[in-house]
Write a protein that binds this ligand. Structure first.
Ligand SMILES: [Zn+2]
Ligand SMILES: [Zn+2]
Length: 302
């Protein structure tokens, strides 16, 4: 029987029961379509533009104006991140000017006192950038928690779609790994054949292997960024960002602990605009304190 199988011109497939093989094929196809859908969902999603956050402030201001005539609305703060809120407008000022002033105040409150407005204003969009935002020259817009501009997706990766991006690379890695296993299984099954008959398959295995290594490294890198609440831009250009320049390398200024970072990444960032203030000197000092055995027991890192 093995001799008969070897002499056959058809590639030999692993000796799995037919129902199990169909199940694997269905799962593989499902993963393929899920990855394709995830690609389009990520590429079509907004990375969280500063102008949109400004508009959200605008709408909050309008709703607040209608619902309350109280003198002031305090900014709500949760876990160090500021959820978009605005001060009630003052009478006698034009509406646009009021919104602009509210946004400016909201942003400037996130920086240390005395920071000049000019240094936080984007020279292209002419809007005040909250901490962690950056102007993208490809999109020609300022992006909240700017990570990078992805040429493959044709969009920026930022606060609004970083979670979708992570899932996309996770699915793509799984798909490439599975494809690689199928390739190797096929080549192993045809090992007795003259190698040149499988030249195309062997040649295709080279870019596939490179893709798997690249995707695995990318997935690991972005998982590290998520767990430490950093972005690629902050990690690579740390010394160029004025408010990160003086902070030691091993200190993650925006990290709230692994569990909180993960929760924020999965559940908060993509659903609303979450503007994070710069940590105070006291908070930075606390974060830079070396870990002790007691910290491990009290789950300080979580
Ligand atoms: Zn800009
Ligand atoms: Zn961009």
């Amino acid at each position: 029987m093995p001799l008969l199988a070897r002499s056959s011109s058809r590639p030999m497939l692993p000796m799995l029961p037919l129902s199990r093989r169909s199940g694997y094929t269905a799962l593989y196809l499902l993963l393929f379509f899920a990855t394709l859908v995830q690609y389009f969902v990520t590429s079509g999603s907004s990375p969280g533009y500063v102008l949109d956050a400004m508009r959200a402030v605008n709408e909050t201001n309008v709703i607040y104006k209608k619902s309350s005539m109280a003198s002031k609305q305090p900014a709500s703060s949760k876990n160090g991140s500021l959820i978009v809120t605005v001060e009630e407008s003052q009478s006698g000022r034009n509406f646009r000017g009021t919104i602009s002033a509210s946004w400016t105040k909201l942003v400037m409150d996130m920086y240390p006192p005395g920071t000049p407005v000019r240094t936080c204003t984007c020279s292209y969009c002419n809007v005040e950038q909250p901490p962690r935002a950056k102007h993208c020259h490809d999109c020609d817009k300022c992006v909240l928690q700017f990570d990078h501009h992805c040429v493959w997706l044709g969009t920026c990766v930022g606060q609004g779609n970083h979670c979708k991006f992570w899932w996309y690379i996770c699915e793509e890695t799984a798909l490439c790994l599975w494809t690689g296993i199928l390739y190797i299984t096929y080549l192993k099954a045809n090992i007795s054949r003259a190698w040149w008959k499988d030249t195309v398959m062997i040649l295709l295995l080279i870019p596939l292997s490179i893709s798997i290594i690249f995707l695995l490294l990318l997935l690991l890198f972005h998982s590290y960024l998520v767990l430490t609440n950093q972005t690629t831009y902050e990690l690579v250009r740390r010394r160029r960002i004025p408010y990160l320049r003086g902070i030691p390398e091993r200190v993650y200024p925006f990290s709230k602990g692994v569990c909180s970072n993960l929760y924020d990444f999965c559940c908060v960032r993509s659903s609303k605009y979450s503007l994070e203030s710069l940590p105070s000197a006291q908070q930075l000092e606390e974060k830079s304190r070396p870990y002790t055995c007691l910290d491990v027991l009290t789950c300080r890192c979580c």
